[in-house]
Design a protein around this ligand. Structure first.
Ligand SMILES: *Cc1c(COP(=O)(O)O)cnc(C)c1O
Length: 363
């Protein structure tokens, strides 16, 4: 066994060790076939079993209603910044959508959407450097809007929606790339959720889109067919050669999540992990949390130190102690600990101890 490094990188992020071990064990010989999964046809019955298993596990874990479809889409999360408007704006003739702007990815998504229709930024926290979640309420959404859009967890700024807005009859679309399956969600209340795989699900470059079936089939005329949700739905995401390795890895991550007791169980662990770090921040004059306490993320914990020198020393010494990739995003500075589902509580405890020790000796 190699030394234990805790990887706090924002993404691609750590995967559960048992998942990577299983990949390693069956990499050269998938289920006794004598060939690797990455050499296997996406149309083979063996791969069909893999993708079906992934679907079944998602449905079971997320308690997904039958009228929701699971699509595996190309291009990672940001391809859906175009995919969502291209597929949903056509739900109403006005081609209008309402966005709440809560961070960098949120801003990129509304900019991209504005290429295809009329985008209303109903609320924003830009003026406080996205340190909080501004309210989005049903009365802010015009009747002719096709959908409302939020980013459930803001990876760079360390904030999240504790509860999703009630958008009335207007479908709610959510970028959940950095917190999908980290907490229990009532899917029946949302229209669409997408997530790039590289934070809580698997490798980079592929996304999963969970969408209510009546929202499929309204793509704007100019939508590339490989971005049209109807193409994915009809072909079970196999209209062309999909990233079979990503879907396979995700299926193993879903099985791992089930083995942990499912989403409700991992949510408890995630709450405990985040509390371990926020406790140190809140009981210290040395560290300052950057997110408003009412809107704190349990996936990305962001904080600053008194000055650049102490921040550099912190990051250097953390690295020497096998606490990897803690540098904050340049928009916020300081430190960011990304603690997705795969991060064990022990990793957060080790970081908390290191933070206390560092403040005691350098503070
Ligand atoms: C990481 C992230 C993205 C970007 O994902 P890509 O797969 O690189 O496009 C988008 N949205 C959120 C919320 C993210 O955390």
């Amino acid at each position: 066994m190699t030394k234990q490094v805790y990887n706090f990188g924002a993404g691609p992020a750590m995967l559960p060790v048992p998942v990577m071990q299983q990949i390693q064990e069956e990499f050269l010989d998938f289920q006794g076939m004598g060939i690797s999964l990455i050499e296997l046809s996406h149309r083979s019955k063996e791969f069909e079993a893999v993708i079906n298993n992934c679907d079944d596990l998602i449905r079971e874990l997320a308690n997904l209603p039958d009228n929701y479809k699971i699509l595996y889409t190309h291009g990672g999360a940001q391809m859906q910044f175009a995919g969502v408007p291209l597929n949903l704006l056509g739900l109403k003739p006005a081609h209008k959508a309402v966005y709440s702007e809560t961070g960098n990815f949120s801003k990129l998504s509304n900019k991209e959407a504005a290429r295809y229709g009329e985008i209303i930024i109903a609320s924003t926290s830009a003026e406080t450097n996205y340190d909080r979640i501004p309210a989005l309420t049903a009365d802010m959404i015009p009747d002719d809007a096709s959908y409302a859009y939020i980013t459930s967890n803001n990876t760079i700024y360390g904030t999240r929606y504790h509860e999703f807005p009630d958008t009335g009859a207007t479908p709610l679309a959510i970028d959940a790339t950095s917190d999908i399956f980290s907490r229990v969600i009532d899917f029946s209340k949302i229209g669409l959720m997408f997530a790039g795989m590289q934070k809580n699900l698997g490798p980079a470059g592929t996304a999963v889109v969970i969408v209510r079936e009546d929202l499929i089939g309204h793509a704007l005329e100019r939508t590339p067919s490989l971005m049209d949700y109807a193409t994915y739905e009809k072909s079970h995401s196999l209209s062309n050669t999909n990233n079979t390795f990503a879907i396979y890895t995700m299926s193993l991550v879903m099985q791992w999540l089930k083995d942990q007791g499912g989403i409700a169980a991992i949510e408890k662990v995630n709450e405990a992990k985040a509390a371990t770090l926020y406790d140190v921040i809140d009981n210290s004059d040395f560290y300052t949390g950057t997110a408003h306490p009412d809107h704190r993320s349990i996936m990305n914990v962001t904080f600053t130190l008194p000055d650049d020198d102490s921040t550099s020393a912190f990051l250097k010494q953390a690295g020497d102690n096998d606490l990897y990739a803690l540098k904050g995003h340049r928009n916020v500075g300081g430190v960011r600990a990304s603690i997705y589902n795969a991060m064990p509580l022990a990793g957060c405890e080790k970081l908390a101890e290191f933070m206390q020790e560092f403040a005691r000796t350098q503070g």
